[in-house]
Design a protein around this ligand. Structure first.
Ligand SMILES: Cc1cc2nc3c(=O)[nH]c(=O)nc-3n(C[C@H](O)[C@H](O)[C@H](O)COP(=O)(O)OP(=O)(O)OC[C@H]3O[C@@H](n4cnc5c(N)ncnc54)[C@H](O)[C@@H]3O)c2cc1C
Length: 429
């Protein structure tokens, strides 16, 4: 008889289990479902693991989630901004330079015109080329390059750009010019509208899935996998066998727990996977409406964070009346390490410098999430390494799923759809 085992009760693992309709067991290291999409109750505030908002590209996921949690999701029109050169401009930068110094606006428009009028179409080799090819030198210089370098912790010249198609909205000259002279009313991009649970924070989605799944074993941290014997060992000294294994745990962690010797080319491929981490500080503040915005991007190095958002503007239920909450995010990696001992102090200092917080603001709650695996780095080794690893895993009846299981830039919706895709695949074997 087939025994399907799922590792990890984040959204990918939960969705796979939901779609397998009970014919599987899920093992999760922590005490609750949700993984990156968990929420934490502290001092009457509810904090997510940094900003977590639902965007729908597929009708399937939208219908499924609304059916799992009827009338609990609230739609919001995005109110996102960028702070640069001491000016707030609307997101996305490429379509909204209104308000910036006139010299910058001029360079952004001229750069865009130049690429549109250029007859020779170049083929971008890296993320920096791609920015210049699509937005011109002005927009690249004043936002795209500094923001991406800060976010990815490495120079855009070292990155590929195929991940951009779902996340970075392209614009035409008309949009660049009109956005230079007025504030926009039409929002652009994949996240122009988002959904958020009425109460309980983003974890409500994971709870809705988990409520439909019988067989989740919490506090089962996998510590070893014997791929020859098809046996899994847990830190709590239990073990189990599998015929098919769906793994949503980070690929690098999966490699560490496989006890068998791996072929040299597979080991080498694993060693080339790169990622960035995010240090997320959540704060509860004793002041109402600390911001009228949903979130703000910070491309400049004079602020340590790349983004700050305001969950109390997504849901009234995540902060007590008359109080507000915010999250700040700093990215770091082995290429740009972070002094974690100083991070909270530095963030608070920069929140005051950016005038989001006032020096007299009373901080009522502090919650930190140090997210080791936050975004995979799409460098020049990415595709080849993944191809070698995936071929190897599939041959062992191990099916990667989800954001770090598959090692791919995925949203919550993507991981839910991925869980369904993997379960359909496994059902057919
Ligand atoms: C900073 C940040 C902001 C984000 N913002 C958004 C957003 O606004 N909108 C959006 O749609 N998406 C967002 N995402 C992406 C979203 O969080 C993920 O796509 C999704 O939650 C990933 O789900 P998953 O199941 O693939 O992985 P995970 O959530 O990582 O789940 C993996 C699970 O495996 C478990 N596990 C790991 N190792 C072991 C082990 N050895 N044994 C047993 N269990 C183990 C973990 O505890 C975890 O529960 C964001 C991500 C980050 C990092």
């Amino acid at each position: 008889m087939q025994k399907v085992v799922i590792l990890g009760a984040g959204l990918a693992g939960l969705s796979a289990a939901y779609h397998l309709q009970g014919n599987c067991v899920v093992y999760e290291q922590s005490t609750a479902p949700g993984g990156l999409a968990r929420s934490f109750a502290r001092d009457k505030f509810i904090f997510d693991c940094s900003g977590h908002l639902l965007h729908f590209k597929t009708e399937y996921a939208q219908n499924l989630i609304k059916q799992l949690m009827p009338e609990q999701l609230i739609p919001h029109n995005r109110n996102a901004w960028i702070l640069s050169h001491n000016v707030y401009t609307q997101y996305p930068f490429q379509a909204n330079t209104f308000g910036l110094p006139s010299g910058i606006i001029k360079k952004c428009i001229l750069g865009m015109l130049k690429i549109r009028l250029s007859k020779s179409k170049k083929h971008s080799l890296n993320l920096k080329d791609w920015m210049v090819e699509n937005f011109g030198t002005g927009i690249t210089k004043y936002f795209m390059y500094p923001y991406n370098q800060k976010f990815w912790t490495i120079a855009p010249e070292n990155l590929v750009f195929d991940w951009t198609k779902d996340y970075v909205p392209l614009v035409d000259v008309k949009e660049v010019v009109s956005g230079a002279f007025t504030l926009k009313t039409k929002a652009l991009g994949y996240n122009s509208c988002f959904w958020y649970p009425k109460t309980g924070g983003i974890e409500k989605i994971a709870q809705a899935f988990a409520g439909q799944i019988q067989n989740i074993k919490f506090t089962h941290k996998v510590s070893g996998i014997d791929i020859n014997k098809k046996k899994i060992y847990f830190e709590n000294e239990k073990s189990t066998n599998f015929t098919q294994l769906i793994s949503s745990i980070p690929m690098i962690e999966l490699k560490k727990i496989i006890i068998n010797d791996l072929p040299a080319r597979v080991k080498e491929a694993f060693s080339k996977l790169k990622y960035i981490s995010v240090f997320n500080l959540n704060l509860g503040i004793n002041r109402k409406n600390i911001s009228d915005k949903h979130w703000i991007y910070f491309p400049e190095d004079k602020f340590c964070f790349f983004r700050v958002g305001f969950p109390s503007n997504f849901s009234d239920a995540v902060a007590p009346q008359g109080q507000s909450s915010l999250y700040a995010e700093i990215s770091y990696s082995k290429f740009k390490p972070l002094n974690k001992k100083q991070a909270v102090k530095k963030i608070c200092h920069d929140l005051v410098k950016s005038e989001i917080l006032k020096i007299e603001d009373q901080i009522l709650s502090v919650q930190v999430n140090d997210i080791k695996y936050a975004y995979v780095i799409y460098d020049f080794n990415y595709h080849q390494s993944l191809k070698v690893i995936n071929e190897f895993l599939l041959n062992q009846s191990i099916y990667p799923a989800g954001r770090f299981g598959r090692w791919k830039y995925m949203s919550m919706e993507d991981t839910i759809v991925d869980g369904k895709y993997i379960s359909d695949y496994v059902k057919e074997i």
